[in-house]
Design a protein around this ligand. Structure first.
Ligand SMILES: *Cc1c(COP(=O)(O)O)cnc(C)c1O
Length: 385
């Protein structure tokens, strides 16, 4: 995705800030993921929480992906845009009774259950609805994702999943749950994982836990290994599409599969991050004793990741001439918080009021985290075609 003078002339007609989505890149990314998965007979559920923009969802749904949801409203949204209920999973440590009932009525593929108490509640609600709930047990495998601690989920100190010390009890509770059908096991260790060793370690743990259940005569039809594959935030144009082949290869190689056993994935970021950019205009420039500031019309209310996780996003001037001298800037937003900054000491062509800036790799956990703090405008978006 090149932000050249042609793009500048298109964008210049638009009110900023807005999200720009490259639908062609999204489609190529989805095709690469789908063909790498199909080749190995793997199933992918798209994690809606990464981006539930209607157009993006429609494209993903049309390519035959399943959906991975983390709230009752996401389950309803997935149904509304046409994902088949038989391909919808529902995870989350705190599912409310209302959310569980919504998902039960749709007869989704599986609840990813995160505690023993939740098992009991789902069983009770299934009795009330007169249905059987399909359930995967989310096991906390204690695998270090080597990622930012805010996006690590599979360690003993994290809140997610049934603690592995409780599995004995979970297995016996399951036996008493007349309205639960155990379909499999679920794992998800974190996000933005680029070290494939992490997934190999996950496979080893999954094999152990799977064996633990099978030794007790419990059939595991589905192994769901979650998502978490990372993207290149530093060089989005060099790696616009993640290496799905190598990723799936790890699971193909290291995961034990018995006949008829299905392997499922829940990818979010890897599918949608690179197709989105946040487009903004410089409102003001100022230079103090220590710093040069570029003050944008976009802030943490449009893209929260830098403020929330100290996340890095590449920042570019759109359509700048090559020979413009460069300067180091702190690139900040207009929101009344010191954490409202997109990057410190970023080298950019000398910029002026009205110049356009792209904040790259913003398609995942960007628009969906937008807020109205400071009573900001509703977020806008614009598609490539
Ligand atoms: C967020 C989440 C995902 C997707 O994670 P990515 O890092 O975006 O791939 C998958 N599964 C569960 C349970 C999640 O909470």
């Amino acid at each position: 995705m090149i932000f050249d003078k042609d793009k500048l002339s298109i964008f210049n007609k638009e009110e900023t800030p807005f999200y720009y989505y490259d639908i062609e890149l999204l489609e190529r990314t989805l095709d690469a993921a789908k063909s790498a998965a199909d080749k190995r007979n793997f199933h992918i559920h798209y994690a809606l929480k990464a981006n539930f923009n209607d157009r993006i969802l429609a494209v993903i749904q049309s390519k035959g992906f399943g959906a991975d949801c983390v709230s009752g409203n996401e389950v309803q949204k997935a149904i509304d845009v046409g994902f088949p209920a038989s391909q919808i999973t529902f995870a989350g440590v705190g599912k409310s009774d209302k959310e569980i009932s919504t998902a039960l009525r749709h007869n989704i593929f599986a609840f990813n259950v995160e505690s023993i108490q939740e098992l009991e509640v789902i069983n009770e609600l299934a009795i009330k609805e007169g249905v059987k709930a399909n359930v995967s047990l989310r096991i906390n495998p204690n695998v270090d994702a080597n990622t930012h601690h805010y996006i690590t989920t599979g360690l003993d100190e994290n809140k997610f999943g049934v603690p592995n010390t409780e599995l004995e009890k979970a297995a016996s509770v399951l036996e008493d749950c007349t309205h639960i059908n155990l379909v499999g096991l679920h794992f998800h260790v974190g996000s933005q994982i680029l070290d494939l060793e992490v997934f190999k370690n996950l496979c080893i743990k999954v094999n152990q836990w799977k064996g633990w259940f099978e030794d007790r005569g419990i059939t595991i039809k589905v192994i769901n290994v979650g998502g978490g594959l990372g993207v290149d935030y530093n060089q989005p144009d060099n790696h616009p599409i993640p290496d799905f082949e190598s990723y799936f290869d790890v699971f193909d190689k290291f995961l034990d599969r018995t006949a008829g056993q299905e392997v499922h994935f829940e990818l979010g970021r890897a599918l949608v991050a690179q197709c989105g950019s946040l487009i903004s205009r410089v409102l003001y420039t100022k230079s103090g004793a220590k710093k040069n500031f570029l003050i944008l019309d976009a802030g943490m209310t449009e893209l929260m990741r830098p403020a929330l996780y100290q996340a890095y996003h590449k920042i570019e001037r759109i359509g700048a001439d090559e020979n413009v001298p460069k300067l180091h800037y702190d690139v900040v937003g207009p929101i009344c918080e010191s954490s409202d900054s997109f990057g410190k000491d970023i080298e950019l062509p000398i910029s002026n009021r009205g110049d356009m800036i792209a904040i790259r790799t913003a398609g995942a956990y960007g628009e969906v985290m937008a807020s109205r703090y400071n009573l900001r405008e509703e977020i806008r978006y614009f598609y490539s075609e």
